[in-house]
Design a protein around this ligand. Structure first.
Ligand SMILES: Nc1nc2c(c(=O)[nH]1)N(C=O)[C@@H](CNc1ccc(C(=O)N[C@@H](CCC(=O)O)C(=O)O)cc1)CN2
Ligand SMILES: Nc1ncnc2c1ncn2[C@@H]1O[C@H](COP(=O)(O)OP(=O)(O)OP(=O)(O)O)[C@@H](O)[C@H]1O
Length: 208
């Protein structure tokens, strides 16, 4: 993939995007979860018997709990990320309902399931909703900088048309930028949903 000619470094862009995300007004935050749910439903992203990856919102991330609630109500298998051991980057996904175990990961984010439970990999999911720090007009994303999602989806760089979850970023409109700095391991999204719009990208997903 082509690199930007003079890319600003990721760290400085990440700092700027953090400030932008923190600055999202409370009223916008409050209605964003419901707005995103409506857009997801109108684009038929939720349906019965699907494996849906979501997250527990933290640190100013868009509230995906209305989406989680509706997916559960529809009978979907809802799976939440579990941070792997130190020095590993592939996320596990634990299915809600398999057990009563909540904990907190090393970043202070609530995590569900514990070691020894049946856990899935990203490739087992039909759709994956991801929190974003920022996204650009080509569908590239920036996350918290752990590299967890990119590493978990790295198999897609080699096998473009292999089974994959649809990758949907959730972000505030304020987090949209023209071009993000890009690394070879960055995996583009299929779509982003903001509190205002559904953005679809041409990321090469054959199941569109
Ligand atoms: N809600 C949610 N859950 C998630 C993620 C996420 O981004 N959001 N993850 C997606 O990967 C994984 C956790 N990854 C994370 C990576 C870094 C930070 C973080 O807060 N980093 C600090 C600086 C580093 C540190 O504390 O060591 C920061 O940004 O201030 C949080 C989560 C799995 N679960
Ligand atoms: N497939 C990969 N190959 C090599 N390094 C990777 C890969 N995926 C992630 N990384 C590592 O992860 C680090 C963070 O990546 P990056 O800055 O792109 O994070 P991010 O996209 O914001 O995080 P996340 O994917 O968790 O949302 C990079 O410095 C890189 O070392």
């Amino acid at each position: 993939m082509p690199a930007n000619p003079n890319p600003p470094d990721k760290a400085s862009v990440r700092r700027r995007l953090r400030v932008l995300r923190r600055a999202v007004p409370a009223a916008t935050r409050k209605r964003a979860g419901q707005a995103v749910l409506r857009l997801a439903l109108s684009h038929r992203l939720l349906s019965r018997k699907r494996r849906v990856g979501l997250y527990i919102p933290a640190k100013g991330e868009l509230d995906c709990l209305p989406l989680l609630d509706r997916a559960l109500w529809l009978g979907a298998a809802c799976c939440l990320p579990v941070v792997p051991r130190a020095r590993q980057r592939m996320l596990w996904f634990s299915r809600l309902g398999d057990g009563p175990h909540w904990g907190v990961n090393r970043y202070g984010i609530p995590e569900y399931g514990h070691r020894g439970f049946e856990r899935l990999r990203a490739a087992d999911l039909d759709i994956l909703f991801m929190p974003l720090l920022g996204f650009d007009t080509a569908g590239y994303r920036m996350g918290m900088g752990g590299g967890y999602y990119d590493a978990s989806l790295a198999y897609l760089t080699r096998r473009r048309h292999w089974h994959r979850p649809r990758l949907i970023g959730l972000a505030f409109e304020a987090q949209r930028v023209d071009v993000l700095p890009r690394d070879p391991w960055d995996i583009p999204l299929d779509a982003v949903i903001t509190e205002q719009r559904y953005y679809r990208f041409n990321s090469g997903n054959v199941r569109g």
